[in-house]
Design a protein around this ligand. Structure first.
Ligand code: DC
Length: 234
């Protein structure tokens, strides 16, 4: 189904822990709706990469602000997916290493960094027609999002998915260690003071454990079309 130009374009929030399948369903959902896919985790990762290169300690707010506010971030469509361009550089691969994952989890707990990205994400999504994935989209960035999903899966399944991804990239890491790292990172994300990973009270829970992407996507897409019909007949 294709909506007419005058129809309201939604803001869709997809939050949840790592490895729950957010990136894939966000990308596919955005594709089917003709919406922009905003991977906010990739934005935090891009800042972590530049902070690492600058050698700035995570406790130095002034230096963090200087480095982070100088990083422009854009998503470029590429073969049904997208590339992350930061400061004009394609950082899509460089931001996906285990080291950057660990640094990002720590960096994303800093207020100065969250303020910069929250503002940027609001600007990018303001007009609607966006699917944003992250940890705090439905609670902090867009508390009034039109549809909010909280996507989860068991820690074992999330660890296994991340392990397969890393293996495919040639990373030398064990399954046990990957599960432990996924769990540790989620604890850090869920227990931090600022914008922790929590489910918005009005989010729709989706558990992807043992379900295919197609199955999960069909369920979410159905709910989005219902919402689109409802808002456009108001
Ligand atoms: O989704 P991801 O694994 O690429 O996210 C990387 C890190 O960034 C993860 O530790 C959580 C953090 N993050 C965040 O704090 N807020 C967001 N909106 C998105 C990601």
């Amino acid at each position: 189904m294709v909506m007419a130009d005058t129809e309201k374009r939604l803001i869709i929030a997809i939050d949840g822990p790592s490895g729950a399948g957010k990136s894939t369903v966000t990308r596919l959902l955005a594709q089917r709706l003709g919406y922009l896919n905003i991977d906010t985790g990739a934005m935090y990762r891009a800042l972590a990469l530049f902070v690492q290169r600058a050698g700035v300690p995570l406790t130095d707010d002034e230096a963090l602000a200087r480095v982070c506010s100088g990083v422009t971030i854009a998503f470029e469509r590429n073969n049904g997916g997208y590339r992350i361009i930061a400061k004009g550089e394609d950082v899509s691969a460089a931001i996906r290493t285990p080291e950057i994952s660990r640094l990002t989890s720590k960096l994303s707990a800093r207020r100065v960094v969250r303020d910069i990205l929250t503002r940027l994400q609001r600007e990018m999504g303001r007009g609607g027609g966006v699917v944003l994935e992250g940890r705090d989209i439905g609670t902090v960035v867009f508390p009034d999002a039109d549809v909010k999903f909280f996507l989860t899966a068991s820690p074992e399944e999330r660890g296994r998915r991340r392990y397969l991804e890393l293996q495919a990239k040639g990373e030398d890491i064990s399954l046990e260690r990957t599960i432990a790292e996924v769990v540790a990172r989620d604890e850090q994300d869920a227990n931090r003071e600022l914008a922790p990973l929590v489910r918005a009270a009005d989010a729709i829970d989706i558990d992807s454990t043992g379900r295919s992407i197609e199955e999960v996507l069909a369920c979410m897409e159905g709910m989005v079309w219902e919402k689109l019909k409802a808002v456009n007949s108001e």
